[in-house]
Design a protein around this ligand. Structure first.
Ligand SMILES: Nc1ncnc2c1ncn2[C@@H]1O[C@H](COP(=O)(O)OP(=O)(O)OP(=O)(O)O)[C@@H](O)[C@H]1O
Ligand SMILES: [Mg+2]
Length: 260
C-alpha cells in the first residue's frame, strides 16, 4: 500500500498556480524526496498534505484515505507529522517541554481523562516522558533536556524540530528542508537518523531539501518539480542523469549534482 498518494493535485493562490496537476505516490516505508528550484511548489505540497491548504483540484490520500474532508488536526491524528522550513519552536520552554507538546497531540488518553487527572492520565504522562527521553537520546539531545530551546545552537534546534515531529509517533513524516544551514557533520548525523527511522521504525518520509548530500544519498525515490509541475521521477541515479533536471534545477553543474 502507498503511504501517500497525490493525484492530479493543483493548488492556486489567486492567479498563481503553485502546484499544477501533480501526481506521485510514496511507498510505505520509503524515503521519498521532492526537489526543485526555489518557488517550485515543494512547501505548498507539504502544506496541502497536512491540510493547511485545500487542493483546488485533485486528491490527496494518506494510507488510502482521501483527506479532502479532514481538518489539519484530523490529518495529524491519522499519523502525519511535519517539520517547518523555518524552525518553529517554543524558545522559552525547555527541550523536553517542546517535545512533550508534540507528544500531547497524540496522547492515548483522551481529553476527558487529562482534564480530570484520572489514573490513565498519569500512566500516559509517564509513558510520554519515557518516549520523549528516548527521542532526545536518538537525536543527540540527551544532555540538552533541560536547556531552553532558544539557547540551543542552530543545528540542535533543527534536531529538536525533528524530535518534536517524531513525538506524536507519526507513520508519515514530512520534512521541509531539515538540512538547511547544517554543517557537514550535522548532515551526516541527519542522514543516519533518517535512515534509522526508515529501517528500524518503519517510518515513511517525504523529504524536501536542496542539500544534495542528503537527497542523493538516502532517497529511495525522487520526484522533481519545476513551476509546480513534475518534470522527472526515479532513483537518485536516474534523476541525476536526467537532462531536463540538470537544466532546470542542477543548472547543469555536475559538481552540484554529485552526492559527496
Ligand atoms: N500562501 C500563499 N499565498 C500566495 N502565494 C503563495 C503562498 N504560498 C506559496 N505561494 C507561492 O507559490 C509558489 C510556490 O511556493 P513554495 O513555497 O511552495 O515553493 P518552494 O518550492 O517551497 O520554494 P523554496 O525552495 O524557496 O522553499 C511561489 O510562487 C510562492 O510565492
Ligand atoms: Mg519551500
Amino acid at each position: 500500500m502507498n503511504a501517500l498518494e497525490l493525484s492530479g493535485v493543483t493548488v492556486r493562490f489567486g492567479g498563481l498556480v503553485a502546484v499544477n496537476g501533480l501526481s506521485f505516490s510514496v511507498q510505505d516505508g520509503a524515503i521519498h524526496s521532492l526537489i526543485g528550484p526555489n518557488g517550485a511548489g515543494k512547501s505548498t505540497v507539504i502544506n496541502t498534505i497536512t491540510g493547511l491548504y485545500a487542493p483546488t483540484e485533485g486528491a490527496v490520500r494518506v494510507a488510502g484515505r482521501d483527506t479532502a474532508r479532514l481538518r489539519p488536526d484530523q490529518i495529524a491524528c491519522a499519523g502525519v507529522a511535519r517539520s517547518f522550513q523555518n524552525t518553529e519552536m517554543f524558545g522559552e520552554m525547555t527541550v523536553i517541554e517542546n517535545i512533550l507538546i508534540g507528544a500531547h497531540r497524540q496522547a492515548r488518553h483522551g481529553l476527558f481523562a487529562s482534564a480530570l487527572r484520572l489514573p490513565s492520565y498519569f500512566r500516559g504522562e509517564a509513558e510520554m516522558r519515557r518516549r520523549a527521553d528516548e527521542l532526545l537520546e536518538m537525536l543527540g539531545l540527551g544532555r540538552d533536556r533541560d536547556t531552553l530551546a532558544s539557547a540551543l545552537p542552530f543545528g540542535k534546534q533543527r534536531q529538536l524540530e525533528l524530535a518534536r515531529a517524531l513525538a506524536s509517533s507519526p507513520k508519515l513524516l514530512l520534512l521541509d528542508e531539515p538540512a538547511a544551514g547544517l554543517r557537514s557533520a550535522e548532515i551526516d548525523h541527519l542522514n543516519r537518523t533518517l535512515v534509522r527511522l526508515r529501517d528500524e521504525h518503519r517510518l515513511t518520509i517525504l523529504l524536501v531539501d536542496h542539500v544534495m548530500k542528503v537527497v542523493m544519498n538516502i532517497s529511495d525515490r525522487i520526484t522533481v518539480l519545476n513551476f509546480g509541475q513534475k518534470i522527472a521521477e526515479g532513483t537518485p541515479a536516474e534523476v541525476r542523469a536526467d537532462p531536463e533536471v540538470r537544466r532546470a534545477y542542477l543548472g547543469d553543474r555536475p559538481d552540484r549534482a554529485r552526492a559527496s
